[in-house]
Design a protein around this ligand. Structure first.
Ligand SMILES: C[S@@+](CC[C@H](N)C(=O)[O-])C[C@H]1O[C@@H](n2cnc3c(N)ncnc32)[C@H](O)[C@@H]1O
Length: 575
């Protein structure tokens, strides 16, 4: 999901809120300490950081001397805790003449000693997203793959981002584009509708926050509320919650966007399968269920014979959205089945020819992080260690997990091996990379990070294995404006008091932030073909809709066309 660039310009991004980003850092003091086993304090009181709320973070850290002091000036990514290769294990540090590095080593700066890194890494048990999903609280003293950490942040059923107030904007009725003067009027109407929806959702949240104990409030700040009756809404005291309101082209351009997809599907179906087989459509991540309604309405209206033999199946991870979709089925009740599970857990063979739709689903599929030794180009797998103080650290292991290994190997056999990717971290000007390492030995000779779409790779494997006769129709974003640093890096953002706040680390308090990855359609098109053996194509959002949608219906009087002009950072892949 994404807040459009155009819309973002309407938002005030309050940089001073940066402190709320909860970019966990290693404690500055502990960096300067020699990193030995004794430096880790497992005392119960140091666990007070556990479960800290987003707004409490800064306060909590300075209460008493006994409490562990978090230092927010050091980012988790500042130190790369590199683990030794088999050859390096147990060996003394290699001699070198880098004075800065010598000073760091002599000063006992954490992360410089590979063997100590390995010892510390081994001390933390490994967890994964399956185990984490059984927890109701955020974990401490564990390590996990970066992909599991991000997955947990987004999807944990108890504290994950998707389990909380994430709502997809749904306009009351389709916009009447032909009556609008131009794009600006569309933006105005959209923002009004958006605000109205936001307010309505907010009202329902306020009702939930009725003040039942207002009489017991004594402080002057609370005096106003003490005059209220028990059943009144205590609005003065309510801080507007960080309502996560997304909007998607499906919703904004309904029904024309969905009808465009329906037209493509019908044409393909009639070309290849009609009248011998039923039309079967799977949609992963159906949001409010609007696309399903628009597609089925269109088939019913234009091709009743095909409608009679159409089946639509939704695979939806979110229980809340599953309920919403289920509540909107009335007019197509016998046509639709909704399965409440992650598409990544799919294990039922579907051998019939079918269409597989995924709109704005790829961007939230978790990624792994890899850095490369700048001299040997050996890849290192990223892990997140959450220590006993609830601080995050990034470790890099020379042992790759299977999806990362296979992804990197397949890419080398594709049209886009690493050395042909112009902005790839390993292709930076070598003296520049070397200089960065010399000036900052905390990089441990590793490159900038690359984020690897291991979950999307898994999805392609699932499609190949369980949907051998599918045709894919998927769309997503090919780039974002405000990403964290790195190749194929995500944007990490949240709404805070009506402002969109971006952070510069993915290692944030789990569940408070949306973590969205751009999709490089050229490379994933290649990957899709390698994995499934199918021919697929990529088109820009506008190209695809120009071909398949009735785009005259979304044209304004001035000739501007929001459906074609907006989402210029989105592409389609289809097979
Ligand atoms: C941004 S919304 C897009 C909704 C809809 N496709 C649209 O374009 O309006 C992402 C949707 O994907 C769902 N989703 C995310 N990850 C999923 C997964 N692994 N399996 C199934 N659904 C998933 C979310 O719950 C949500 O319904």
């Amino acid at each position: 999901m994404m807040f459009l660039n155009r819309l973002e310009s309407f938002r005030l991004v309050d940089r001073s809120l940066k402190v709320l980003h909860i970019q966990r850092s290693v404690a500055h003091k502990s960096i300067m300490k020699r990193n030995n086993k004794n430096s880790v304090d497992f005392k119960a009181e140091t666990l007070s950081a556990k479960g800290k709320g987003i707004l409490k973070m800064k306060k909590d850290t300075s209460k008493t001397m006994e409490q562990y002091i978090h230092d927010y000036s050091v980012f988790p990514e500042t130190l790369q805790y590199r683990l030794p290769t088999e050859d390096e294990l147990g060996q003394p540090p290699k001699p070198h003449s880098n004075i800065i590095k010598l000073v760091f080593e002599q000063g006992g700066v954490e992360s410089m000693d590979l063997n100590l890194n390995a010892e510390k890494f081994a001390r933390y048990p490994t967890t994964n997203v399956i185990k984490l999903n059984k927890r109701s609280t955020r974990p401490l003293s564990v390590k996990m793959l970066t992909s599991d950490f991000i997955d947990d942040c987004l999807y944990n059923v108890n504290y994950g981002y998707f389990a909380k107030e994430a709502i997809i904007f749904q306009p009351d009725r389709p916009f009447e584009y032909n009556k609008l003067q131009g794009q600006d009027e569309f933006m105005q109407q959209w923002l009004q509708a958006y605000d109205k929806y936001d307010q309505e959702k907010l009202k329902s949240l306020q009702v939930l926050k009725r003040s039942s104990n207002s009489k017991s409030k004594k402080s002057t700040a609370d005096e106003k509320s003490t005059t209220k009756g028990d059943n009144e809404i205590d609005t003065e005291r309510i801080v507007k919650p960080s309502l996560q309101l997304w909007h998607t082209p499906t919703e904004l351009f309904q029904p024309y966007y969905g009808e465009g997809l329906a037209r493509y599907i019908l044409q393909q179906y009639k070309l290849n399968e009609f009248p011998y087989r039923d039309l079967i459509i799977y949609e992963a991540g159906a949001g409010n269920g609007t696309l399903m309604l628009n597609i089925l309405d269109f088939i019913k209206k234009t091709e009743p014979d095909v409608y009679a033999r159409t089946k639509y199946r939704i695979i939806e991870i979110s229980s809340k959205l599953f309920n919403k979709q289920s509540s909107r089925l009335q007019r197509h009740k016998n046509k639709v089945e909704i399965i409440n599970k992650s598409v990544l857990d799919w294990d039922t063979p579907v051998n019939e020819p079918c269409f597989f739709i995924a709109l704005e689903v790829f961007d939230n599929l978790s990624h792994d992080v890899v850095r490369f030794d700048i001299d040997t180009k050996r890849p290192y797998q990223g892990y997140v260690v959450i220590d006993e103080h609830n601080d995050f650290h990034e470790y890099y292991s020379p042992d790759l997990e299977p999806y990362t290994k296979e992804f990197l190997e397949l890419r080398e056999q594709s049209k886009f091996p690493m050395n042909k990717l112009p902005k790839h971290p390993t292709n930076q000007f070598y003296p520049y990379m070397k200089l960065k390492t010399i000036l900052n030995p905390l990089r441990n000779n590793l490159s900038d990070p690359e984020y690897i779409p291991t979950r999307l790779f898994k999805l392609f494997k699932i499609l190949n294995r369980y949907f051998p006769n599918h045709q894919i129709v998927a769309s997503d974003f090919n780039n974002f404006d405000k990403t964290i640093k790195g190749y194929n890096a995500p944007t990490v953002q949240t709404m805070y008091k009506d402002n969109m706040v971006n952070t510069d680390s993915y290692m944030v308090e789990q569940g408070y932030f949306d973590i969205m990855f751009p999709t490089n359609f050229t490379t994933i098109n290649e990957l899709y073909q390698q994995v499934t053996g199918k021919k697929s194509h990529v088109a820009s959002h506008a190209q695809f809709l120009k071909e398949w949608a009735d785009y005259k219906r979304t044209e304004t009087k001035s000739g501007e066309n929001p459906m074609l002009d907006l989402y210029s950072n989105a592409d389609f892949i289809y097979s």
